[in-house]
Design a protein around this ligand. Structure first.
Ligand SMILES: Nc1ncnc2c1ncn2[C@@H]1O[C@H](COP(=O)(O)OP(=O)(O)OP(=O)(O)O)[C@@H](O)[C@H]1O
Length: 598
């Protein structure tokens, strides 16, 4: 796959966006964090400069020269009675030890503070992303591939976490590099300027390489998305593949995606290694030039030359780390950009929270009929998914929605359940119309059970009372039992050693599809609303059981309206009202009072 050309402006824009987000997150903690990083670097630089008087004092014994700094220091020590070389070295050693102790304390603080910012920022992005996804309108969530969402929530956020730790390390080594350069200036201004020039040369090559790293990062983002997609396909298709003896084919597709990602990773490592070699070459050249020029042109003392060599040796790895970190950040930026892009879409699709929501809840009509007038649901791309001209459902009815696959039945019940909003026309309960401002209240008065049962790793009781945790304590077991009886799930719970307190491991994976559906139906019956919407929520039950379940729901019809999508004859036979959906058009085809009476 050819590398995607990345403009420098886009690469810098992405980095600026990341820095802006970090600064906004760190806020008031930022000056403190930067201060502690700078202090750590300053102590390092000071430690290197301290080498100068130590070395020159040792050399002074053999008629070595002393520069201004050493001469001033030894003069000050002599005035204070520390006049032998041994005493002076001991005094300098004591200061050095003190410096090491202070430096250790500062570095500890620095590492903790940086970890808090970098880990905190990653968690903050993760939380924001999850919250935005939860707040987005259902049609928008539905328009994403599951694998793309998983890729953002796991791989891309993981890459952001790595970026943050590289950025923290980069900040530390950058500060250390600046401290080394400053120390170079203390020893010799001319050589300090030379070191800056060599650093800028290294920086130039790092910037050029960063663009390539970003292009590779974009390829990796695409490759990871492919891996995630193949992973979900692999897991979803494993049973079908085993039955068809097509495991190898499934594994082959997966292996092809992995190979693509590995190739990108290898290219990146190769490039990182080339950059490291280039920087090391520039550093070696710098060391040689500094020493030769220092000796021949600037006439530096032996001590000064030694300290300059120490500076170059300390500077060079910190530049290698900083510039290497730049590549890794450029490589990971596409992951961050991808998260930001999806976040922007989700933000645009956020449901509006209305101030009048509470008022709408208290006045919501419980027994009013449900009517749909000239409604259309339109997909994000503009296609009309369902039309309903005139549907009116009196309270307390059992309604069956039938029709061929792909006709629009699920879309119709998603509309009734408030998961979709009408693009045109009106959906009403009494005089309340479904819209942005009434959606939350509308949904609070509806119980919805989809075809795929959702159970989590909690006790049966926690699963049944989800998500009304605030009300949970007030729902007595007798009421829970009634719901279980009605959904024919009581026997399932009675068969568990701890009954309602039995933990459902692995989201109830050990229960059969029909058992899980019955528990989810019981949960829907415990919801406060009196409109129950079932979207093929009995599809995994055998016909006799399904008939028994629908009959017991119907016996309780005075308490709630039940709208059920089903392909089964049982539900059709027992319904009071039948709605047929065909080619995206929904209409009532019969009111069956005989069935209602029976
Ligand atoms: N976001 C979308 N963009 C375009 N088409 C969509 C979108 N969402 C759903 N559709 C299409 O709308 C049609 C109706 O889908 P829906 O799930 O409502 O059908 P259904 O009658 O419930 O089918 P089934 O019985 O197979 O579950 C399908 O052809 C589906 O592909």
């Amino acid at each position: 796959m050819p590398a995607e050309p990345i403009s420098g402006t886009r690469a810098i824009g992405g980095f600026r966006d990341l820095l802006g987000a970090i600064v906004a997150f760190a806020g008031p903690n930022l000056p403190g964090t930067l201060t502690v990083v700078a202090l750590g670097a300053l102590l390092d630089g000071f430690g290197i400069v301290m080498l100068l008087p130590v070395v020159e004092t040792v050399f002074a014994q053999g008629d070595g020269e002393q520069t201004g700094l050493t001469a001033d220091l030894t003069a000050w020590l002599t005035v204070h009675g520390i006049d032998t070389v041994l005493e002076q070295l001991a005094a300098m050693g004591a200061v050095f030890l003190l410096l090491v102790a202070i430096r250790s304390a500062v570095l500890l603080k620095r590492d903790v503070v940086l970890m808090e910012v970098s880990q905190g920022f990653t968690d903050h992005v993760r939380r924001d992303f999850f919250a935005l996804l939860a707040d987005a309108q259902w049609p928008v969530i539905k328009s994403y591939r599951k694998a793309d969402l998983l890729n953002q929530m796991t791989t891309n956020i993981g890459r952001l976490g790595q970026t943050m730790s590289i950025l923290s390390k980069g900040l530390v080594t950058l500060a250390l590099g600046i401290a080394c350069l400053a120390a170079g200036f203390v020893v010799s201004t001319a050589l300090g300027i030379m070191l800056v020039a060599f650093t800028l040369a290294g920086l130039g090559s790092a910037v050029v390489w960063s663009r390539r790293s970003r292009a590779l990062g974009s390829r990796l983002t695409r490759a990871n998305r492919g891996i995630m997609h193949e992973t979900t396909l692999f897991l979803d298709g494993l049973k079908a593949a085993k039955a068809a003896r097509a495991e190898e084919e499934l594994a082959r597709r997966f292996a092809a995606r992995i190979a693509e990602s590995r190739e990108v990773q290898v290219s990146f490592v190769r490039q990182q290694s080339r950059l490291r070699n280039a920087i090391q070459f520039i550093a070696a050249l710098a060391a040689l030039m500094v020493l030769l020029l220092g000796f021949a042109v600037f006439d530096l003392s032996g001590g000064e030359l030694l300290v300059m060599a120490a500076i170059v040796m300390r500077l060079s790895p910190s530049l290698v780390t900083t510039f290497g970190g730049m590549q890794q950040i450029a490589h990971a930026l596409p992951a961050f950009s991808s998260i930001r892009e999806m976040e922007a879409n989700l933000l645009a699709a956020r449901e509006l929270a209305q101030d009048n929501e509470k008022a709408a809840v208290s006045s919501f009509p419980q027994d009013a009929p449900l009517t749909l007038r000239n409604c259309q649901v339109v997909a994000p791309g503009g296609a009309v998914l369902i039309r309903a001209e005139a549907i009116s459902i009196p309270s307390g009815s059992l309604v069956h929605i039938g029709g061929p696959s792909g006709a629009g039945k699920s879309t119709l019940v998603e509309l009734i359940a408030g998961l979709q909003l009408p693009a045109t026309g009106r959906v009403m309960r009494g005089d309340i119309a479904l819209g942005e401002s009434t959606r939350a209240a509308w949904q609070r008065h509806i119980a919805f059970a989809p075809q795929e049962p959702f159970l989590f790793d909690g006790t049966v009781r926690e699963n049944l009372l989800w998500p009304q945790l605030d009300r949970a304590a007030r729902i007595p077991d007798t009421v829970i039992r009634q719901a279980l009886d009605q959904s024919h799930a009581a026997a399932i719970v009675d068969g568990l050693p701890e009954g309602l307190d039995e933990p459902l491991l692995d989201g109830g994976a050990r229960l059969s599809g029909g058992e899980r559906q019955r528990l989810c139906l019981a949960r829907a019956l415990l919801r406060p609303g009196n409109l129950l919407v079932l979207d093929e929520a009995t599809s995994a039950m055998d016909p006799a059981l399904e008939r028994a379940v629908v009959s017991s729901l119907k016996a309780d019809a005075a308490r709630r309206t039940i709208i059920m999508v089903s392909h089964s004859q049982n539900a059709r036979d027992l319904a009071d009202i039948r709605i047929a959906v065909a080619g995206g058009v929904a209409e009532i085809v019969s009111f069956d009072h005989r069935s209602a009476a029976g």
